[in-house]
Design a protein around this ligand. Structure first.
Ligand code: AMP
Length: 282
């Protein structure tokens, strides 16, 4: 695996790959890689000749009170995992390389409306940071295909929308949620969960599964289902951010005649904010 820390270095090499007609697949990450990330690399490997991964903990997508400075950085370990997973290129820039003019004057990419709800409501500016860095990374890597995890459902929907709105020449593919054996969605932030909380946090997934089951069985009392799911999560000792049934594509609140619905939830443990989701077709 070749490692580059500069835009120009990576570009020079990838240009040569493209000139040979090779297809480039790309997986953007913030590092601290787990099996969920590596499944994305393996998926990219299947449909591309060259696989590029980026590791960049993007300050632009973290709020002032969020965990940018303590976000786990495990570079050497990540490199070993990427090599074993068959990654060809790692792009690992520093903040200056990505934002040479500083964050305040950085040009931004904004995807309105869809980013105001769900995670966007409780993390103002988060998705603007995501769409901006992903646009930059797409311009740097110029991939044929980029793979994102369904785990971050709203992020995937926003990126699909951005690519469509801005006519970006990249295929966006999704990868299923990778879970621990008890069903907890894998996440770099799971390390913030305490030993006491750990057996209880699957309540988020269980509550979303219950909601999805009720909707599959014909219930359309979305707000009633949301309240019941929230009550279950609160009873397990966690604080709610949101639990909602949405139109899978637009992320608008689910309507009675929607055929594709995604239930999404976010809850707070003492030190972590956990998200999960489940999509159903009626
Ligand atoms: P992150 O480094 O957490 O920003 O994630 C990088 C990519 O990995 C994003 O596309 C995430 O959606 C994806 N990802 C993170 N966790 C999982 C998981 N448990 N299953 C599948 N994809 C994931």
């Amino acid at each position: 695996m070749k490692v580059f820390h500069t835009v120009s270095g990576l570009r020079d090499d990838l240009n040569k790959e493209r000139q040979q007609g090779l297809r480039v697949g790309f997986v953007p990450t913030m590092g601290n890689l787990h099996d969920g990330h590596l499944a994305l690399i393996k998926q990219a490997r299947q449909s591309n000749d060259v696989v590029v991964c980026s590791i960049f903990v993007n300050a632009l997508q973290f709020g002032l009170n969020e965990d940018w400075d303590k976000y786990p950085r495990t570079y050497q370990n990540d490199c070993d995992k990427l090599r074993a997973a068959g990654c060809d290129y790692l792009f690992h820039p520093d903040d200056i390389e990505m934002y040479p003019n500083g964050l305040d004057t950085q040009s931004r990419v904004i995807c309105p409306t869809m980013t105001d709800v769900l995670c966007g409501a409780s993390r103002p500016g988060h998705f603007e940071g995501v769409t901006t860095v992903v646009s930059k990374l797409f311009n740097i890597v110029q991939p044929d295909e980029a793979i994102f995890g369904i785990k971050d459902y709203q992020q995937l929907a926003v990126i699909r929308r951005m690519v469509q709105d801005l006519c970006m020449p990249v295929l966006i593919s999704s990868a299923p949620i990778h879970r621990e054996t008890d069903g907890l969605a894998m996440s770099s932030r799971n390390r913030y969960i305490t030993a006491e909380e750990r057996p209880l946090v699957t309540v988020l997934k269980d509550s979303l599964e219950w909601m999805a089951g009720e909707i599959q069985s014909g219930s359309r009392d979305f707000s009633g289902l949301e309240e019941a799911a929230k009550a279950r999560i609160i009873a397990a000792g966690f604080k709610i951010d949101y639990v909602t049934a949405c139109n899978s594509k637009t992320l608008d609140l689910a309507a009675h005649d929607d055929m594709e619905i995604t239930v999404l939830g976010a809850m707070f443990t003492d030190a972590a904010r956990l998200i999960d989701n489940l999509s159903i077709t009626l």
